[in-house]
Ligand binder design. Structure first.
Ligand code: GLP
Length: 240
């Protein structure tokens, strides 16, 4: 696992967009694994800028998102479907049929999760997976647990995640469950880039980089990946 430390989130966005740009240029029909949350927003802005410059095209790209809340209408302002369209898809030439986000309202979540993984495999696997990290070390919505998860599954969110993410929701309406790619789905990606900024992520980054590989800090599994890069700022790197 490679760790690169930057002064600012803007520099991280450029470095991350550089990695994506190289892959997109080498393989215009690549498969991107995408993430939500505040961490990737600047990277998406930079990719939109490069698309507008004519540097990259999303015409033949297919995307698979990491996760989605359960029991939240797809067009809710807080759904990851809405997030991805507002922060990236509406501003580039991606075809809607090439966009994949787990359906948190699927009648049979288990069957849906299986078919989501099968679709990723049928597409040839993810060329590059973008990740953020939760303050508890979660990736996607893989919460600290006794075992590493396998494929996409329905997860009960922890109190810590509910606390972190409920700032976006009115009242107490934050969903308690989500569908997320599993650790094994994430680890199958050919390349993984994780972004973390700010002091709130320092403990999680310390456990990921210096701690043992343990499902109690899901991101620590990235040490077992042959091509994982952490792009972090000085505040997130504070305890290293
Ligand atoms: C959410 C998402 C994760 C994300 C994490 C951190 O829980 N499911 O994919 O990495 O939050 O979010 P942020 O980047 O806003 O700190």
């Amino acid at each position: 696992m490679e760790v690169r430390i930057f002064d600012t989130a803007d520099e991280i966005a450029v470095a991350c967009a550089d990695i994506f740009t190289e892959i997109i240029k080498n393989k215009p029909d690549c498969i991107l694994g995408l993430a939500t949350g505040a961490s990737p927003v600047k990277t998406y802005k930079e990719l939109i800028r490069r698309y507008n410059n004519g540097e990259i095209s999303f015409e033949n790209i297919r995307t698979f998102n990491l996760d989605e809340y359960c029991d939240l209408p797809r067009d809710d302002k807080n759904s990851y479907y809405t997030f991805m369209h507002e922060n990236l898809f509406n501003s580039v030439n991606i075809k809607e049929e090439n966009v994949h986000i787990p359906d948190g309202n699927a009648a049979d979540p288990e069957a849906h999760a299986k078919s989501y993984d099968a679709m990723i495999d049928a597409a040839g696997g993810i060329d590059i997976q973008l990740l953020g990290i939760g303050t508890n070390g979660h990736i996607g919505f893989n919460e600290p647990s006794d075992t590493f998860s396998d494929g996409t599954f329905k997860v009960k969110l922890t109190d810590s995640t509910i606390k972190s993410n409920s700032i976006y929701f009115d009242d107490d309406s934050m969903p308690r469950y989500a569908l997320t790619m599993g650790i094994n789905s994430i680890m199958k990606a050919k390349k993984i880039v994780l972004i973390a900024t700010g002091e709130a992520k320092a403990d999680a980054i310390k456990a990921t980089v210096d701690g043992e590989v343990t499902p109690m800090c899901p991101a620590s599994v990235l040490k077992n990946h042959p091509d994982a890069i952490l792009l972090i700022d000085k505040a997130a790197a504070k305890l290293l």
